[in-house]
Design a protein around this ligand. Sequence first.
Ligand code: ADP
Ligand code: MG
Length: 391
Amino acid sequence: MTGFPSAFGAEPEGVWAAPGRVNLIGEHTDYNEGLVLPIALSQTVRAAARRRDDGRIRLRSAQQDSRVVDLTAGDLRPGGITGWAAYPAGVVWALVEAGHLVGGADLHFDSDVPAGAGLSSSAALECATAAVYNDLYDLGLTPEGLASIAHRAENAFVGVPCGVMDQTASACSAAGTALLLDTRSMARRHVPFDPTAHGLDLLVLDTRVRHDLTDGAYAELRAGCEHAAELLGLRALRDLTTDDITTDITTTGDPAVDGRRSVLSRLPAALQPLVRHVVTENERVIEAVAILEEGVLPRLGPILTAGHASLRDDLRISCPETDLAVATAVEAGALGARMTGGGFGGSVIALVPAHRTAAVTEAVTAAFRAARHRAPFAFTAATSAGAHRIR
Ligand code: ADP
Ligand code: MG
């Protein structure tokens, strides 16, 4: 990290890294107290840092203009900072709010996590900052503690009402595994995930269509889900199963089953698809975990594709580029594919027999060219560990 000395005129005390993530399955479930199954990527945000005793926080990023953002730890207020610096500043604010005795630091960030691609560069930036502060100020926070601070920074300081998945994936993951997270109990389980061992690749296709999750669409979906739960008298949509949203027209003679009506019929038409997505998506996470634990990875493919159909048709958060990438990947030999991340663009993941990876990438690139979309950026995902010190 040569950027640090040139920005701050001294060597850093250390370098920390926090990974981006892709979510295998479990989209828009985390704010419904549901299940998610992300993996941490080998792409990381790195932070070179040095403690300061004057309370100043100086921030610079190799991915932004060369300006150093100069702040004071004690003066941080939600809404008071705009732009990228709000993410790291929000972490310091959240630490202060949580009663930790922290002060200033110089931080220089560098990253290979594409920003705005649905790969959670924001959580990586927050978790890298939290990891820096944890060590520089000897806070003794656990990985969950880091995730919780980072999540609070994004929610309450930056103002994105995101669930807790991204920060948990970036802070708590382990290499060679996916992270099953129950966002109600916060119970976590590392589930083996090693596509290479099965002759497969998890291909990531960044469509380069950039979403802006602060623009209200995400907040609207979240509010819709919370309203539906309230109308049904539930704490969260997590409490529904596929049985609850099935209308049973069979006559078994059992009055508990015959004539059972889907709870969807009690909701306004606009909320019904949201509920259907959340319920079926939680079910897909459970199926996916069973598949990973049984070691029959190719069977994950159809689950990915079904998940995409649900995002496209029920949540309506896909876009022409992500739909084209999914359809083309599957046609060209992927076992399954879906959009990952909050929606409205971002990245598509495809589970591909390794000998087909080049062909699938070429097919999607050609289809994008023909449709006059920007060329997608493709890479094969490798799993990695959560936020940690690297030097
Ligand atoms: P995602 O988390 O999917 O990448 P977000 O919109 O949540 O998308 O976060 C992207 C924002 O995070 C960027 O607009 C920028 O403000 C900030 N960011 C991400 N990476 C960096 C970086 N390397 N340096 C500075 N800011 C970054
Ligand atoms: Mg983000």
